[in-house]
Design a protein around this ligand. Structure first.
Ligand code: M6R
Length: 603
């Protein structure tokens, strides 16, 4: 949560900082601010605003800030409500150190007490302000040495950017737990919470590891360990085009990302083999159990993955919310595999659950989208989705790409363990290759789905039903709708409806039912009739050509015919579009829904 950016170089800092903050806004949008060192007199100028980056931009419109060194922040509030006082950057009492921070300082109360006893006055309710005062307190005449000392005093997860009027030609960053990259330019360098924030200026990056300090000048970057010793770092070159971080004619990032799914899926399928190796297959094949752990949408992908891995590879799989898994007494052995799924690779619940499991002796595997993310570096093996950056807070293209990796992994593991033969493997693989164009077909129904969405904008509640491998998609449909439209929604296994939720059904309840023609179709048709008999409004998602279902449905959305096991790739698409259109009709901010952040780096 929270986005941080920093710039030092030949350009004026303000436009670079604002530009980067726009791209980081998905990480938090409660308030925003910048701090820049003015070239004349080296004074630090700070501007902050409650609300979005555009509000900060308006505030800065008629101000002249000429400095070439600065830091910026977009906030997702943890300690202290959204307000000017609590907005970052925070400044030390003597006005000489400005700080931006992403994460949580766990020992801030202790540090605050210590600093207050020394006479420091706190103006905010944040944990971050202690860092600014600590820099002032510990300053030795050398900001790099001071950063080493400050880092030793801080506990928790943090990525910090600091500038000082004492040493105006430096930008210093500390990374522990929260993500931070350094962008390498010519006559300029950058820090940021993620790569797209500065992609417009460079394609060369250093991904900082925990316990590292980066010292940037206009011309050079040095990375030190927590004791101040220099470290060698690899430079990561990315080929992404800057357009991946732009809307490219779409109204919202979420809409663009829904429509990018055929491409994201094809890229992920094409890239799969480059991360697969015999060691990984051996580890999975010998596993006494695989625990898939994840949060939100990634958790739903894990639920689908369980079906495939158990079906094709016959290895037992349990799927757990990472936040629950971490603290329960599970049975882990050196043959257990804990498999974390995370788009960002930074979700605290998933990361820490995986790290704990690793300490307890389990093998770990990560499936992530963000190159260089913490989870990818902390696991024994890493698999990637190749969706490109996902900016909308609601996960869409990364979900279908996660499904592709899980499906391919299950097939490869099944072949490796001789559960499926080469012929079946080839057939199932070929079937997956047809999925991107099947998704293209569904996307052509966008206008129709938009019309359907309009009918339900006044609904107070929504129910999503699915069976078997489409049950996780019912959960995902409900999550999508509630997070972006704020309409209460529940996903349920259709067969379970009669055990309770059926009591909710009346003429005001829309019920979206995933009813592809597969071996569960007859059963789900009965469930549809049960809803219909109680006057619920049925929205069916079914295989094209199925006219019968229209008799029992208020609305019917068709998807192409595919192998039964592949339907989750398709049934989710109408649900993404339905949520998107309902939320936009209601005037909601679909890319930045209230109270949410794209990357949740707190527990
Ligand atoms: O980056 P991750 O995949 O670990 O994120 C997990 C969840 O926070 C995420 O899926 C969240 O539920 C999304 N907003 C869902 O659209």
């Amino acid at each position: 949560m929270c986005g941080i950016i920093g710039y030092i170089g030949k350009r004026k800092a303000v436009p670079v900082l604002l530009n980067g903050l726009h791209r980081l806004e998905y990480r938090g949008y409660d308030s925003a601010g910048i701090a820049v060192i003015e070239p004349v007199g080296n004074k630090i100028v700070i501007e902050k605003q409650v609300g979005k980056i555009k509000d900060l931009q308006e505030k800065l419109w008629d101000k002249r800030i000429d400095g070439h060194v600065g830091i910026g922040h977009s906030r997702w509030a943890t300690h202290g409500e959204p307000s000017i006082e609590n907005a970052h950057p925070h400044i030390s009492q003597n006005g000489k150190f400005a700080i931006v921070h992403n994460g949580i300082i766990e020992n801030y109360l202790e540090l605050k007490k210590e600093l207050e006893e020394k006479g420091y006055k706190f103006v905010s309710k944040t944990d971050t302000e202690v860092i600014a005062h600590l820099f002032e307190e510990l300053y030795s005449g050398n900001i790099v040495e001071t950063a080493v000392e400050v880092a030793k005093r801080l506990k928790g997860a943090y990525a910090v950017g600091v500038i000082s009027s004492e040493e105006p030609d430096k930008l210093v960053a500390i990374k522990q737990g929260s993500p931070l990259i350094v962008g390498l330019g010519k006559d300029e360098n950058f820090i940021a919470s993620d790569i797209p924030a500065v992609l417009e200026y460079t394609k060369d990056f250093i991904v900082l590891d925990d316990g590292e300090i980066a010292v940037l000048t206009k011309d050079e970057v040095h990375v030190l360990d927590i004791n101040g010793k220099p470290k060698e770092k690899k430079v990561l070159h990315v080929d992404w085009d800057v357009s991946v971080a732009e809307k490219a004619g779409y109204k919202h990032f979420m809409q663009k990302e829904i429509f990018e799914q055929p491409r994201a899926l094809s890229d992920t399928i094409a890239g799969f083999n480059s991360n697969l190796n015999e060691e990984l297959l051996n580890t999975l094949s010998n596993a006494d159990r695989i625990y898939i752990i994840a949060c939100g949408t990634s958790y739903h992908a894990g639920l689908v993955g369980k079906f495939w891995i158990e079906k094709f590879a016959k290895v037992p799989v349990e799927v757990d919310y990472a936040s629950e898994f971490r603290y329960r007494d599970k049975v882990l052995t050196d043959k257990t595999v804990v498999f974390g799924i995370s788009q960002s690779g930074e979700t605290a619940d998933t990361r820490f659950a995986l790290l704990d499991a690793k300490k307890e002796g389990a093998k770990t595997v990560a499936l992530v989208n963000v190159v260089g993310s913490s989870l990818s570096r902390e696991s024994d093996h890493t698999l990637f989705t190749y969706s490109g950056p996902e900016i909308g807070v609601a996960a869409t293209k990364t979900f279908t790409s996660q499904l592709a990796v899980l499906y391919l992994l299950a097939l490869n593991l099944g072949k490796f363990r001789n559960i499926i033969d080469n012929r079946l493997f080839e057939n199932l693989y070929e079937s997956l290759l047809k999925v991107p164009s099947a998704i293209e077909e569904i996307l052509k129904s966008d206008e129709k789905i938009k019309d359907i969405a309009y009918k339900y904008i006044n609904a107070k509640d929504f129910l999503f039903l699915g069976r078997n491998i489409n049950y996780p998609i019912a959960l995902e449909g409900a999550l999508k709708l509630k997070e972006i439209s704020y309409i209460h929604a529940e996903g349920y296994p259709a067969g379970e409806m009669k055990h309770g939720p059926i009591a909710l059904i009346d003429e005001n309840l829309p019920v979206a039912v995933l009813a592809p023609i597969d071996k569960f179709y007859e059963k789900i048709l009965s469930n549809i009739q049960e809803v219909k008999a109680r006057k619920g409004k049925v929205i069916s998602i079914t295989t094209e050509g199925n006219k019968e279902i229209e008799k029992f449905s208020e609305d019917t959305i068709y998807i192409p015919k595919v192998e039964d096991v592949l339907y989750p790739f398709l049934t989710v698409i109408p649900l993404q579009l339905l949520s998107y259109h309902i939320a936009t009709f209601l005037g909601k901010d679909v890319d930045q829904p209230r109270n949410l952040a794209k990357t949740v780096t707190v527990e």
